[in-house]
Design a protein around this ligand. Structure first.
Ligand SMILES: CC(C)(COP(=O)(O)OP(=O)(O)OC[C@H]1O[C@@H](n2cnc3c(N)ncnc32)[C@H](O)[C@@H]1OP(=O)(O)O)[C@@H](O)C(=O)NCCC(=O)NCCS
Length: 207
């Protein structure tokens, strides 16, 4: 089973008994503004979950759909995903969804940082994008915090993007190139103390 640790989280493949928490997060009334209309339907939830289980069986894998678990308590607090991780893919996208009880703690950002690392460092992807409704301030903020910038986000592009998902709502797209991500990593390391930098590099090289 794929499993990776960040400072506070474990990102791992779904297991059969994650189903209840997974469903709850997508059915949560407080989540509905942020997700596509069809994403809270029973069939779609089941489909997403099955895809996660199926990806976990692949080698090499087409992508990762991961449960996000709190190290401290073992609670399943959300999920995140990245596609296009099979050799030959150069561009891909990623996404995230967290239970409303766990928001505002930086967990989505912490997970998203790890997805970028997985895509760029482990799988050689060149460009990663993410999309959300234009009014999803929290999700846009996550994209900004991980170094993504808006791409083709004029008014028409936003509305057309929404329409391709069957939504009468504008959708924005952010993206980041591998070269930019590496630059961001280097400046982050440079900004830390020598001891912290050495530790960070050691962890990075171990992966
Ligand atoms: C979007 C979502 C993933 C964010 O998760 P999270 O764990 O709360 O995200 P983080 O804590 O890492 O970061 C959220 C940021 O948005 C900011 N934010 C949240 N709501 C905000 C608001 N209404 N106005 C301004 N900023 C807001 C937070 O302050 C934080 O930024 P900061 O660290 O600079 O203070 C989560 O809210 C979610 O799952 N929502 C429902 C489903 C959804 O929208 N999924 C995304 C579909 S693309």
């Amino acid at each position: 089973m794929f499993s990776i640790e960040t400072k506070r989280l474990i990102l791992r493949d779904y297991q059969e008994d994650d189903w209840e928490a997974f469903t709850q997060h997508f059915k949560d009334p407080l989540a509905q503004d942020g997700i596509l209309s069809f994403q809270s339907g029973d069939l779609q939830i089941m489909r997403e979950f099955e895809i996660g289980l199926m990806l976990a069986e692949q080698n090499p894998r087409l992508g990762y759909a991961l449960a996000v678990v709190l190290k401290d308590t073992g609670a399943l607090i959300g999920s995140c995903s990245i596609g296009g991780t099979i050799a030959g893919y150069t561009q891909t996208s990623m996404g995230w969804h967290f239970g409303s009880a766990y928001r505002g703690n930086g967990y989505a950002t912490e997970s998203a940082h790890e997805l970028l690392r997985l895509g760029f460092q482990d799988h050689g992807v060149e460009r990663i994008s993410a999309r959300c409704f234009a009014n999803n301030v929290a999700s846009r903020r996550v994209m900004e915090k991980i170094g993504m910038t808006p791409h083709r986000s004029g008014l028409l592009a936003r509305w057309l993007r929404g329409a391709t998902y069957g939504e009468n709502k504008p959708i924005v797209q952010y993206r980041i190139l591998k070269s930019q991500w590496f630059l961001n990593q280097s400046s982050e390391i440079a900004a830390r103390s020598d001891e912290e930098s050495a530790l960070l590099l050691e962890v990075r090289d171990r992966r």
